[in-house]
Structures are given as structure tokens and as C-alpha cells.
Write a protein that binds this ligand. Structure first.
Ligand SMILES: NC(=O)C1=CN([C@@H]2O[C@H](COP(=O)(O)OP(=O)(O)OC[C@H]3O[C@@H](n4cnc5c(N)ncnc54)[C@H](OP(=O)(O)O)[C@@H]3O)[C@@H](O)[C@H]2O)C=CC1
Ligand SMILES: CC(=O)C(=O)O
Ligand SMILES: [Mg+2]
Length: 414
């Protein structure tokens, strides 16, 4: 087994199985403490919450607690491997929530592929949490699950593979276009994949200025156009009837941008050679991208190359989004995460990449420098400024759009 494979298994089994534990935050050492924490004292917050449900934010962990919910139907780019197999990823998301934004998160694996069963399960437990992060639930079911839950729940319901990915992709894409000297309104994009991540990324790119007719989207059957077999209502949103291309080989000709949200090794060197001058390749499939950075950079020296991985430059991954987005939403007790909050997050991430990088980040990555440019289009997840910038932008947008139930915390006031 390679070092990485064995190291990854060791990491998940030592010093104890998994990556999470639960800690007690109040003293529980004396009889007095126990009387307060449990019977009889616990009756007081119970009565308060029964009289005023908002008090759950004051007397319980609810306001800082997120459920990471999956059925394992689209685990990274590994496919439908079932709910139990998704647990390491969901624990990982919880780790990232805590590490980057001090959000307490717990994974919940739901062993079902039935939309109504999943909706009902989440609906019934939603009040426990301040927010629900849906994760690795495949398209098209994910769209209906999220839609119904948003309608039924009064806390943020956020499918990370859709919106977290879209927010971070827009941030990185705007910078990559800027660096390559391309206009978002003119750029021609080929998107491989037409699932949760791809459709949401395309939607937010359009909201950020890309022209819908400049997007060619493909699934396993090729280019999506009206009248083609197997085009569901979500794919139909990006049906392109202008292009005559039917395959990736044809669609990639002259494209400015390749966005991969599909599976490993789909973009060949030959295809990359046929893209426009100064192309942009976001090969975001995890863990194995649509083209390796080694091959892409060997093939073209004018390419901006990004992946979803931590071990290459330009990590376009929703880790840069969801911890901070939920932090901002929780801090104002938002009832939902709306389009304004998503774009505010994307622009905050985009803008931070243009600032000088902190010396501790340069040191943490063992490099001489990071400067806004082809190898640094987006901030590093370890950048401590992301927390205030992104959470603040989200919280302010929530207040401005009327979905906040609490005042803007002082730390986020400009
Ligand atoms: N970097 C990041 O932050 C993120 C990356 N991703 C990555 O995006 C990918 C998709 O995830 P997600 O959207 O959640 O999954 P979904 O299951 O919702 O969608 C998968 C999509 O990819 C398409 N697809 C798969 N293989 C191919 C192929 N060989 N050629 C063309 N299309 C293909 C499927 O086509 P069809 O519809 O025909 O089945 C489907 O449209 C994964 O690799 C995942 O790791 C996802 C979220 C975040
Ligand atoms: C990063 C992520 O959420 C995914 O690949 O599914
Ligand atoms: Mg995911």
C-alpha cells in the first residue's frame, strides 16, 4: 500500500477510531453542578424553551450545532457507496466545521435512497440544530430533498455539493478569468458533469455574469440539448441549442474554461491542446481530478490549473465555503441561506485572494511566497482571515435581506 493510503487509514484509526469526540463545556464535578446540569436544575431551561422556543438558542447547543446529513449516494467522486461508507467524509466535514469556524457539527448517515424518507427523517430532527448541511447526496434527488426541507424547516438547509462548491468555484473562476485577461461575460465554458455540483455552479456563474448560452454542459451521454434523451428538468436548464457539439472532444474546441465536476481522467492532453489561448481548467472531481495537474501543466504552459485537492496549488473545494458560511448564518440565527448570502460569500473569498498572504500561511505550506496569480487564484483554507471575511459577508447579507433573527454581531460591523 502506498504511504498515502496507509497513512490515511492510520490517521482514521489512531489515537482512537474516527476523527471526532464530544466535550462537556460546563463544570460537572460537584453535587451542586449535577443538580444544575441535570435534575432538578435542568427543568428551568426546559420550561423556558417550552414557553419560548427561541430560548433553545440561549440554553442549548442548538445555535452552534450543524447536522451533516448524507445517504452516501454521491460520495466525493467515488459514487454511490452507501450511507455507512460516507461516514469518514461526513466526520471530515464536521472536523472542518470545528477547525475553521468553531461550529459544532455531527454527522448523520441516513440509510435510504427514497426522497420522502430522507426529507421526513431530517424534518423530524431539524429542531435539534441551527443548520443542516446536506452532503454527497446525488442529483437529481438532492434538488427535491433540499427544496422540500427549505419549505418545511426554519433553519438553513444547505446542500454543500451544490452551493458550497458553487460559491468557491465562482470566487476562483472570477480571479482566474481576471488573471488570464478574460471577461466573464464573454468566456466560453465547458462543464463536464450535470449533477448537484455542476448545475449549481453553472447557476451561480450565471448570477456572477457568465452568459448561459456560453455554457455547454455534458453528462455521461454527452452535450445536453433540448430533445436529447435523458435530460431531466434540472439538466434542461443548461440545455444548449446553439452548439452543434455533441461530445467533449467537439465541445472543448476553443473553450476558455473547462469545469470538471464528474469523475477522474476525462480531459485528455489532446483536448486541452484544443482549448483557447490562456485556458482555465478546474478539474474538481475528488479525489482524482478530470486531468492531473502534472499532465495539464506539461501540455500547456499558459493554463491556470485548479483541483479540489489540498496537495496542489489552487484548491477549489467547498472547504473554503461551508464552515464560514454556516458561521455567519448561525451568528445571526438566519432562517435560510439565500442567493445574496451566497454571492456575498463568493465575492469575499475572491477579494481575499488579492491581498498579501500572511507569513504564517506561507510557512504552513512550505513555500517561498504566494502572490495573486496563476498559482494562487484563491485563498488557502488555513487562512485565518476567511473566518471574519466570509462569515461577516454572509451575516451582513442575511441581515440586509431580512432572514436574520438576531442582530449583526459587533465583530461583523464594518
Ligand atoms: N471540489 C469540490 O469542492 C467538489 C467537487 N465535487 C466533485 O464533483 C463530482 C460530482 O459530484 P456531485 O455533483 O455531487 O455528484 P452527482 O452524482 O450529483 O453528479 C455527478 C455528475 O457527473 C456526471 N458524470 C460522472 N462521470 C461522468 C463522465 N465520465 N462523463 C461525463 N459526466 C460524468 C454524471 O452524469 P450523469 O448525469 O449522466 O449520470 C452526473 O451528471 C464528484 O467527483 C465530486 O468529487 C463535488 C462537490 C464539491
Ligand atoms: C468536496 C466535496 O464535497 C466533494 O467532492 O463531494
Ligand atoms: Mg461533497
Amino acid at each position: 500500500m502506498s504511504d498515502m493510503k496507509q497513512d490515511a487509514l492510520d490517521y482514521h484509526s489512531d489515537p482512537q477510531p474516527g476523527k471526532l469526540s464530544i466535550e462537556v463545556t460546563t463544570p460537572a464535578e460537584t453535587s451542586r453542578h449535577l443538580s444544575l446540569a441535570y435534575s432538578p436544575g435542568v427543568a428551568e431551561p426546559v420550561r423556558a424553551i417550552a414557553a419560548n422556543p427561541e430560548d433553545a438558542f440561549k440554553y442549548t447547543i442548538k445555535g452552534n450545532l450543524v447536522a451533516v446529513v448524507s445517504n452516501g449516494s454521491a460520495i466525493l467522486g467515488l459514487g454511490n457507496l452507501g450511507s455507512l461508507a460516507s461516514k469518514p467524509v461526513m466526520e471530515g466535514k464536521a472536523l472542518l466545521f470545528k477547525r475553521f469556524a468553531n461550529v459544532d457539527a455531527i454527522d448523520i448517515e441516513v440509510d435510504s435512497s427514497d426522497i420522502q424518507e430522507i426529507v421526513r427523517t431530517v424534518e423530524l430532527i431539524a429542531e435539534t440544530f441551527g443548520g443542516i448541511n446536506l452532503e454527497d447526496i446525488k442529483a437529481p434527488e438532492c434538488f427535491e430533498i433540499e427544496r422540500q426541507l427549505i419549505e418545511k424547516c426554519n433553519i438553513p438547509i444547505f446542500h454543500d455539493d451544490q452551493h458550497g462548491t458553487a460559491i468557491v468555484t465562482v470566487a476562483g473562476m472570477l480571479n482566474a478569468l481576471d488573471i488570464q485577461g478574460k471577461d466573464v461575460a464573454e468566456a466560453k465554458l465547458v462543464c463536464l458533469g450535470a449533477g448537484a455540483a455542476a448545475i449549481s455552479c453553472a447557476r451561480l456563474l450565471v448570477a456572477a455574469g457568465m452568459k448561459r448560452e456560453n455554457i455547454v454542459m455534458l453528462d455521461r451521454k454527452g452535450v445536453i440539448f433540448n430533445g436529447r434523451e435523458g435530460v431531466n428538468q434540472y439538466k434542461a436548464e443548461f440545455a444548449n441549442d446553439v452548439t452543434r457539439a455533441r461530445t467533449l472532444e467537439e465541445a472543448i474546441d476553443g473553450a476558455d474554461v473547462f469545469l470538471g465536476l464528474s469523475g477522474p481522467d476525462q480531459l485528455s492532453a489532446e483536448m486541452l491542446k484544443r482549448m483557447a489561448d490562456k485556458p482555465i481548467v478546474f478539474a474538481c472531481s475528488n479525489p482524482d481530478p478530470e486531468i492531473s495537474p502534472e499532465l495539464a501543466l506539461k501540455t500547456r504552459d499558459d493554463v491556470i490549473m485548479a483541483t479540489g485537492r489540498s496537495d496542489y496549488p489552487n484548491q477549489v473545494n467547498n472547504v473554503l465555503g461551508f464552515p464560514f458560511i454556516f458561521r455567519g448564518a448561525l451568528d445571526v440565527r438566519a432562517t435560510r441561506i439565500n442567493e445574496e448570502m451566497k454571492l456575498a460569500a463568493a465575492y469575499a473569498i475572491r477579494d481575499l485572494a488579492k491581498e498579501d498572504v500572511l507569513p504564517e500561511i506561507i510557512e504552513a505550506y512550505g513555500v517561498d511566497d504566494f502572490t495573486y496569480g496563476k498559482e494562487y487564484i484563491i485563498p488557502k483554507p488555513l487562512d485565518p482571515r476567511l473566518l471574519n471575511r466570509v462569515a461577516g459577508a454572509v451575516a451582513r447579507a442575511a441581515v440586509e435581506t431580512g432572514v436574520a433573527r438576531a442582530d449583526l454581531p459587533v465583530i461583523y460591523r464594518a
